[in-house]
Design a protein around this ligand. Sequence first.
Ligand SMILES: Cc1cc2nc3c(=O)[nH]c(=O)nc-3n(C[C@H](O)[C@H](O)[C@H](O)COP(=O)(O)OP(=O)(O)OC[C@H]3O[C@@H](n4cnc5c(N)ncnc54)[C@H](O)[C@@H]3O)c2cc1C
Length: 442
Amino acid sequence: MYETSVLIVGAGPTGLTLALDLARRGIRFRLLEAAARPFEGSRGKGIQPRTLEIFDDLGVIEALLAAGAPYPKFRTNFGGFSVRAGSVGSSRPPTENVPYPNLWMVPQSRTEAILRERLRALGGEVEFGKALATFTHSEQGVIATLASGETVRADFLVGCDGGRSTVRKALGLPLVGELIDDKPMVVADVEIEGLDRRDWHLWPFARGGMIGLCPLPGTALFQCMSQASTVAAGLEHAVHELTGHRVRSIAWSSTYQPAVRMVDRYRVGRVFLAGDAAHLHPPSGGQGLNTGVQDAYNLGWKLAHVVRGAPEALLDTYEAERLPIAAAVLGLSKRLYQTRSIKRGDATNQLALHYRTSSLSSGVTLGTLHPGDRMPDARLADGSRLFDQLRGPHATELVTPEEPRILIRPDGYIAHIGAAHCAEYAGEPTHHTSGALSQFTC
Ligand SMILES: Cc1cc2nc3c(=O)[nH]c(=O)nc-3n(C[C@H](O)[C@H](O)[C@H](O)COP(=O)(O)OP(=O)(O)OC[C@H]3O[C@@H](n4cnc5c(N)ncnc54)[C@H](O)[C@@H]3O)c2cc1C
């Protein structure tokens, strides 16, 4: 029987992020993907500022920035005239504390391809066409059976297998929540004849329901989203009828029902859930992919520490830290969906999400910084950037002559502020750096 430390089920953005984080820590894992080939749709195209910071840490930021673009302005069409105003994105300049202040658009298939390329560079790979069928688990480990009949023994299993998660169902954990719209939404990647690619075109009052066409960077495609009843009967015809533009080709399409749902547990023994397997978001606010990536980023270093001998209690902090965040984010996405609000920025950029009440957070506050907060970037005394020092799998201790020390977890959150650090699980800091605390102003 094949043995591994961590069996990851599902190679969407969540599973890929976890695999990448484990690969750079030298932890053995397998990454199973039921689909025979990579996902091809644009689906989760909005990458939030906090996720960009994580992608910086994971070594994929250059590729992500090169593959994407800022969000375009809306061009809203009313019968014979149109108005160009507003955007879900912002165009703030970077600051010393926030290097990536704006929402960045990258088609999900491209984000996944970039994560796969980085994983390959680190010696990992996705096993396409390998579906988890079932598993048993005990205090000693997990025995998984694949659809092929192969069995795998693992110390831990992580279900990153999306909204219809096999792992979640096998654990008997219901996704509790509600549909927030009884009309299904069609989402498709389409090539359109003669439509200006500068703007996100909206027809809010098209006959039978709204339709939107958003240009996708790095492609000749638009992401089409529509609840118009005629779309289900034939996309080409409906797009032409509703917008006056012809569809040249359809690269990918799917239908879903906007809902907010989540589980009430992220861990059962040695089995974990992450990403859409644990929480389902409507597209409003662009939170689903981002929350999944951040689940994986929270879990990766903890699993690595426990595989290397840290107390298993460290893994309890995964659910304690991430479940309340999913609940809050779902509430926000629901409000944005129901009010049809395009207001974004600080509410959705995920920079202010924190773990202040976590058992891993201790010590005193320092100016605006609390234990459990995301550590902002800063310019250090030697002119370098703090994020350059944080990049990599280590914890970091920021030492200054006049101020208390700051111990920063491997995932960039503050474990402890104070003279003597008592955050026993944050991992032995391998980087000591000196800084100028007056710059932490956000
Ligand atoms: C129209 C639309 C727009 C969206 N816009 C945004 C946005 O702007 N920003 C944002 O953050 N999110 C957005 N989302 C949500 C985002 O797409 C999802 O949250 C994201 O894909 C979740 O990633 P995941 O890796 O958790 O799950 P998934 O992407 O669903 O990946 C799960 C993987 O597991 C595999 N799998 C399933 N069962 C098994 C099994 N038994 N064995 C092995 N593998 C298995 C699947 O094949 C799949 O590849 C949007 C979604 C939609 C529909």
